[in-house]
Design a protein around this ligand. Structure first.
Ligand SMILES: NC(=O)c1ccc[n+]([C@@H]2O[C@H](COP(=O)([O-])OP(=O)(O)OC[C@H]3O[C@@H](n4cnc5c(N)ncnc54)[C@H](OP(=O)(O)O)[C@@H]3O)[C@@H](O)[C@H]2O)c1
Length: 269
C-alpha cells in the first residue's frame, strides 16, 4: 500500500522546489560581492575552523542519511526508474561524503587554513538537508513515471542516454580534477601551485565544470522541476566561485598564469 501523503508535505515540497529557483539568482547576486571564506578565500571572522575531512563529511552527510530515512515514505520506493535515478544521486554523494574526506585525510589536508569555518559548514549542512528532502521526495514520490516523459519510446531512451552520458563525463572530470588538486597540494606541502594538464589547460576550475555538468546531466535524466532547480543552483553557486578562483590565480601568479585559460567554460568564461 502506498504511504499516505499529507497536505503539509505537499505544500512543503512545492514550496521548497519554488525556493530553490528563487535562491539561485540570489546566490549569484550575493556571490558577486562576498566570496565564501574557505580554501583560497579563507578569512578569519566566520567562526572556528573544523578540519576539512570532518567538515566535508558533516556537511554533505544529509544527502545519504536523510535520503535513506525518506526513501520508505515514497510511493515509488520500489519503482526501478526511481531507484536508478536515485542511484546516480547516491553515487555522487558517496564520493563527496565518504571518499573525498578520506582522500583529504590521506593527503594530510586537515587543519589550519585548510579547515572550514563552522558557519560555512552549518550553512552547507542546512542546504544539503533541504536539497536531499526535495530531490528524494521528487524522485520517490512526486514524479509521475507514467507520463509522456517516461513512456515516449525513442525520445525517452535518447534523453536518458544523453543525460547519463553527461552525468558520468561530469563526474569523471570532477573526481579526477579534485584528485589532481589534492596531489598538487600535497606535493607543495600545502602551498598553492599552478595546476597543469588535462582540462586545467582550458579552465581554472575543471572540478566545478564537471560538477555543474554532472547535475545538468542528472536533471536531463530525472526530468523534474526539482532536479533542474538543483542543477541551476549548483551553477549559481559554482560559476561565481570559479570566477573568484580565476581572479585569485591571476592576482597570485601574474604573468606566469596561462592567459588563454578561462574560469570554468572552455574558450568562453
Ligand atoms: N554542489 C555544490 O554546490 C558544491 C559546492 C562546493 C564544492 N563542491 C564540490 O566539492 C569539491 C571541493 O570543492 P572546493 O571548493 O574545496 O574546491 P577547490 O577550491 O578547487 O579545492 C579543492 C582542494 O584542492 C586544493 N587546491 C585547490 N587549488 C589548489 C592549487 N592551485 N594548488 C594546491 N592545492 C589546491 C584545495 O585546498 P584549499 O582548500 O586549502 O584551498 C582543496 O583541498 C569540488 O569537487 C566541488 O565541485 C560542490
Amino acid at each position: 500500500m502506498a504511504p499516505p501523503v499529507s497536505l503539509a508535505d505537499e505544500s512543503l515540497f512545492y514550496g521548497a522546489v519554488l525556493a530553490i529557483y528563487l535562491f539561485s539568482p540570489l546566490s549569484v547576486f550575493s556571490l558577486l560581492f562576498v566570496t565564501v571564506p574557505y580554501g583560497k578565500h579563507y578569512r578569519a571572522g566566520w567562526g572556528p575552523s573544523i578540519p576539512s575531512p570532518i567538515s566535508w563529511f558533516l556537511m554533505e552527510s544529509p544527502t545519504l542519511w536523510l535520503s535513506l530515512l525518506l526513501l520508505p515514505f515514497g510511493k515509488h520506493r520500489y519503482n526501478p526508474i526511481a531507484l536508478s535515478i536515485l542511484s546516480l544521486f547516491f553515487l555522487h554523494y558517496i564520493n563527496r561524503t565518504l571518499i573525498y574526506p578520506l582522500r583529504l585525510s590521506r593527503f594530510g589536508i586537515s587543519g589550519g587554513r585548510s579547515g572550514l569555518p563552522i558557519s560555512i559548514v552549518a550553512m552547507a549542512f542546512g542546504f544539503n538537508l533541504f536539497n536531499a528532502y526535495i530531490q528524494i521526495r521528487s524522485i520517490t514520490h512526486y514524479t509521475e513515471y507514467g507520463g509522456r516523459a517516461w513512456t515516449c519510446g525513442i525520445w525517452t531512451a535518447s534523453r536518458v542516454a544523453i543525460g547519463v552520458g553527461i552525468f558520468f563525463w561530469g563526474m569523471a572530470v570532477n573526481v579526477r580534477s579534485d584528485l589532481s588538486l589534492l596531489r598538487l597540494k600535497a606535493e607543495g606541502s600545502g602551498a598553492y601551485k599552478i595546476p597543469r594538464g588535462g582540462w586545467f589547460e582550458l579552465v581554472s576550475c575543471p572540478n566545478y565544470m564537471g560538477e555543474v555538468a554532472e547535475w545538468l546531466g542528472w536533471a536531463v535524466v530525472a526530468w523534474s522541476p526539482a532536479a533542474f532547480g538543483f542543477a541551476l543552483f549548483t551553477a549559481a553557486n559554482l560559476v561565481p566561485r570559479a570566477r573568484s578562483h580565476h581572479k585569485w590565480y591571476l592576482d597570485k601568479f601574474g604573468e606566469d598564469y596561462p592567459r588563454s585559460r578561462k574560469a570554468v567554460v572552455p574558450y568562453i568564461f
